[in-house]
Design a protein around this ligand. Structure first.
Ligand code: SF4
Length: 395
């Protein structure tokens, strides 16, 4: 395994200024395998692939059950991996060693960076603040269009890491001037124990915790996480179970449950949908999705339609036409969703926030900067309507 010193890692990662892009944080990666090869969309257990013994960055997993024959069942996500001794999980970072389930990535991130909160994207959570962002390897999905496949589809021993235990991560976040810590880039649910430990310490130090995720998590661990969670962006990949199966290697229903649980527990969240041509660009699907959101969650949670660009195993598809994104935004607003955004299209007015009551421009966004801001605390400066979200008194 290639390792770098913590000092060097933090210099090249966390010490970047707010507007640095993910690619900079990922400069440390040296993925051994290439993106070519058969498409394994279902994701399977890696039989006999666990290390012989736990290493320094192992911790015993939570939410798992021991079974006969030293087998274990992970209860973190709906895959519920059944691991025999020596097996590695679907998400690649959890293993069974002699009848104990271990996470192999505790205190061992492979990506650390400081981002603007708008990049997550979170548009209704303390605008213009900085977010200390970290990730370990691993993901419980196999999205054909993954943006970060170099780390999400890797085992911890295939990429470079740095040692950063929870108290050190919180100290580094504070030192960077960040207001929040985001668990992001790969799939935070797969480093659940590490995320939870950081989150608890972060709370004690007045930092907020943000989950950026596919939302594919079981209710019990999610409820535990909700006790320390301040915000989330959950990627709703599609509103169609068959698309989830063929594009992502997951199922729709558990993700919808995640939205309900976050709503029930008063966690602010925003929803993201990457509009992948040929997979997720159906008007009827958007209508059904809006209908479910309005009936189940109400009109106030912000929704982001993101433009797809050719990546990973879908590198031959064209980018999403801007006209499709504009049409979807108009459709969702017409259906009744109040705050609908378009992402990855520089200069599009769909990146701005308009008051749902008076229609005036509240927040103008240019990239990650905010040249116009017309909220007084949490209310519209013009008509005094309360705007849903979590707002600072001033930015
Ligand atoms: S978190 Fe990983 S090990 Fe646990 S059930 Fe999901 S894919 Fe399997």
């Amino acid at each position: 395994m290639k390792r770098v010193s913590r000092r060097h890692f933090l210099y090249t990662g966390a010490a970047f200024c707010c507007n640095s892009v993910s690619a900079q944080a990922f400069q440390l990666f040296e993925k051994k395998s290439s993106q070519s090869g058969p498409i394994d969309i279902k994701g399977g257990i890696f039989k006999g692939d666990a290390p012989k013994k736990p290493w320094k960055w192992s911790c015993e997993g939570s939410h798992y059950t021991k079974m006969l024959g030293n087998k274990v069942v992970c209860g973190i996500c709906p895959h519920r991996c059944v691991l025999s001794p020596g097996d590695r999980s679907v998400c690649r970072s959890r293993v069974n060693i002699k009848g104990v389930l271990y996470s192999l990535v505790y205190g061992n991130p492979c990506a650390v960076n400081v981002d603007p909160v708008e990049k997550k994207p979170l548009f209704h959570f303390r605008p213009k603040t900085s977010v200390f962002s970290l990730a370990t390897t691993g993901c419980n999905f196999r999205c054909l269009n993954c943006q970060n496949w170099e780390i999400s589809q890797s085992k911890p021993d295939e990429v470079r890491h740095v040692e950063l235990f929870p108290d050190e991560a919180v100290a580094a976040a504070g030192k960077s001037g960040s207001r929040s810590i985001a668990y992001t880039y790969s799939e935070a649910i797969t480093f659940f124990e590490y995320m939870l430990a950081i989150s608890r310490i972060a709370r004690q130090h007045g930092l907020y915790n943000l989950l950026i995720s596919n939302g594919y998590i079981n209710k019990e661990p999610l409820l535990e996480l909700c006790t320390v969670l301040d915000g989330a962006n959950i990627n709703l990949k599609a509103f169609d179970d068959s698309v989830y199966k063929k594009l992502n290697g997951g199922r729709l229903a558990p993700v919808l449950e995640t939205f309900k649980t976050l709503n029930d527990n008063n966690v602010h969240f925003e929803m993201t949908n990457l509009v992948v041509p040929g997979y997720v660009d159906d008007d009827e699907m958007v209508k059904r999705m809006c209908d479910w959101i309005l009936k189940t969650l109400g009109p106030d949670y912000p929704f982001h339609f993101l433009r797809f660009s050719p990546k990973y195993k879908l590198d031959r598809l064209p980018p999403t036409p801007v006209s499709t994104l504009t049409r979807f935004r108009e459709l969702a607003i017409k259906e009744g969703i109040r705050y609908v955004y378009i992402g990855n299209v520089p200069g599009h007015e769909g990146a701005n926030t308009y008051c749902h009551n008076c229609g005036k421009l509240l927040i103008k966004r240019e990239g990650y900067s905010i040249p116009v801001y017309n909220l007084n605390g949490s209310v519209c400066r013009y008509c005094k309507t309360k705007i849903p979200g979590v707002w600072d008194k001033k930015i």
